[in-house]
Every structure is written in C-alpha cells, then in structure tokens.
Design a protein around this ligand. Sequence first.
Ligand code: ZN
Length: 69
Amino acid sequence: MTPLRLSCKKATALLVAREDRRLALLERLALGVHLRLCDACTRMDGQMRVMQRGLAQWRNYREDESRED
Ligand SMILES: [Zn+2]
C-alpha cells in the first residue's frame, strides 16, 4: 500500500483534522490525490468549506455586535 492511497474514512478524517491543524505535506498530497479520484469526499470537502465560511461570517457578525465604541 502506498501512503498516497487513502480510504474514504482516512480522507474524511484528514478533512476534519485540517480544520484544527496544519496538515503535513504528505497528508495534503494524499488528500489531494484522493479528492481527485473520489466524488463523495470532494462533496464532503465542499460542504466543509461552506461550513467554514458560514462559521467565519458568524464570528465576524458576533464581533461587530459586541464592539461598543
Ligand atoms: Zn473518498
């Protein structure tokens, strides 16, 4: 088994881990290869990005709201 062939389970775990930490080069490569081959994980990746954007907007909104001066 080459390190660049990920199962969907591992690819998803990396997508989740990417939210919390910077992935190692090999992990990013492996994830990129997997996403090129796998529609399901590509959709998952898209959903994570939408979620991240929503969360960032929500945080900005909260910061605006709590600013008092
Ligand atoms: Zn997959």
